[in-house]
Design a protein around this ligand. Sequence first.
Ligand code: NAD
Length: 549
Amino acid sequence: MAAMPALDVTEGPRCRGWQQEAALRMLDNNLHPDVAERPQELVVYGGIGKAARNRACLEAIRRELMALAGDETLLVQSGKPVAVFETHAAAPRVLIANSNLVPRWATWEHFRELDAAGLAMYGQMTAGSWIYIGTQGILQGTYETFAAIARARFGGSLRRRLVVTAGLGGMGGAQPLAVTMNEGCVLCVEVDLQRIERRIRERYLDERAGSLDDALARLERARCEGRALSIGLLGNAAEVLPELARRGAEVDVVTDQTSAHDPLNGYIPAGMSPERAAALRGADPDRYLERVGQSVLAHVDAIRTLGRRGAEAFDYGNALRGVARDHGDADAFAYPGFVPAYIRPLFCEGKGPFRWVALSGDPADIAATDRAILDLFGDQQHIRRWIELASERVRFQGLPARICWLGYGERHRAGLRFNELVASGEVKAPIVIGRDHLDAGSVASPQRETEAMRDGSDAVADWPILNALVNTATGASWVSFHHGGGVGMGLSLHAGQVCVADGTEAAAERIRRTLLADPGMGIVRHADAGYEAALDAARRLGVRVPMAR
Ligand code: NAD
C-alpha cells in the first residue's frame, strides 16, 4: 500500500476489515490539521461542528473501530460510542445519530445546556459523519451556484462582474475560488486574519487588501482588464457591507457565509475582534447575542439594499435572514435562498454533491478516478470542465479527494467503476464514496434545502428519516442522522451515507443498491411535491413512485 505521510497512517490497515478501516481513516482525516478548522477542539468546520464529543470519546471510537468484526455494528450517539451489536456482513459498520432533540426542546439554549453538561455534540453535516473533505467539498456546489447566476444574469460568465461576500471559514473559503473559476472578481470580508491567510496558503484566495479603498481599487482594475481576482479584506461584514451600500458601490452579486446559523459561536458582532468577541461571549452571552442581532439587522439590510439596486442577492444557507427576522426585520426574507433560486432543478434529477476519497493517500489514485469520471460522463460538457478545472486548481487537504455533482443513474455507475479500479489494482487502496447531507433527498430544512416547496411540505421531516433508513437497508458502510447542520437548532434534520469501494463483489452489491436508492430519494421527494422535472425524471429513469400522477 502507498505511504500516507500527510496522515501518518503508513502502517496499513489497523482494523479487521476495510469497511472499518475506512471509517477510522475518515475520522482521523476529518481532524487532520490541514482539514479541520480547529482540530485541537475537535471542531471540523461550520461554527462548532465536531467529529467526536471529546478526546476520551474520540479515542474510544478509534479503539472500537479497530476491534469491530465484519458482522458487527458500532453505534455512535452525539460523538460518543455507546454500543456494539452483532448485525450481519452487509449491514452498515457504523450508525451515527448527532444532535437530535425532541422538537419542543430543539433550541440552542437547551442544546447548550446539554453540551455544557457533556451530553451532546454539534455534528454539523459531514463533521460528525466523517466525510468532510476540506473546502473542496463545497467548492463545486459553490462553483455551480455562481455558474447558474452567471447563466441567468450575465450571459454565462462572471467576467467583469463584482461579487461581495463574507466568511472565509471551512465552507465559505470556497467562495473566492468558485468565483474566479467563473472568471469573476470577488471581495471577501472576514474578521479573522488567520482565516484569510489560510485561504491564501491553500490557494483558494488570491490576495489580501489593506483597506476597503485598496480592495475596491484593485478589484476595479481587474474588472476593467477582464481579469479574475479574489481579495480578502480584514473587516466585519456588518460594517463593510453597509459602507458599500452607503457609497453606492457597483456590486453585481451579494451573499454571505459567516456562521450566522450559530449566532453565539459563529457570528462576530460589528466593532469587535474575534478575541474581544470571545471574551464577551464567555462573560455575557445574552449581551453578545443582542449585539449579534443589531449587527445582522444592518448586514441583511445592506444585502437587501444592494439587491434592490440591481445586484443578484441571495442567502447562502447560513440562516442570516432568520436571525434578522428574529430581531424584528419583517422583510428579512425579501431575497431568496440559494436552493430554490438555483439548485432545486438539480435535486429534481437526484443530482447532488457526490464525493470520494482515496484511502491510499496517493493523489495518483484521484487522478485515476478523474479519468474514470471523464470516461463515463465526459460527454457532458459541465462535468468535463469541472473535472479538468478541479484537477488543475484544487489543492488537496488531508487525504486526496474529489467532488463531482452526479445524479440518479450516474452515481452507482461511478461507484461501481471505482470498485473495479480497486479490484484491478489500478488504485492502491479502497476508495470511500459519500456525499454532503445537503443533497437531493436527504434533508428537511425549511429555510434552505426545502424552502418554498411547491406543495408547502417544507417542514416535513419524514423524508430524511426514510433516507437514513433506506441507506441502512441497502447496506451503506456508515449511515448518519443529524439535527441542526448548516442552519442551526430547530431548523433542519438530515441524513448521510458513506460506502466503501474495497474491490470486493460484496462491496459492489452494497454500492449499487445504495447509490440507486440514495439519489432516488431526491427524485421521489420532489416528485411527491409535484415538481414536473422530478416526475419526468422518475418516468425517464425508471424510479418507481407508486402514486405519481
Ligand atoms: P466557519 O465557522 O468555518 O466560518 C465562518 C467564518 O465567518 C469565520 O471565518 C468567521 O471568522 C467569519 N465571520 C463571523 N462573523 C463575521 C462577520 N460579522 N464578518 C466577517 N466575518 C465573519 O463556517 P463555514 O464552514 O465556512 O460555513 C459558513 C456558513 O455557511 C455556515 O452557516 C454554513 O452552515 C453555511 N453554509 C454553507 C453552504 C455552502 O454551500 N457553502 C451551504 C450551506 C450552508
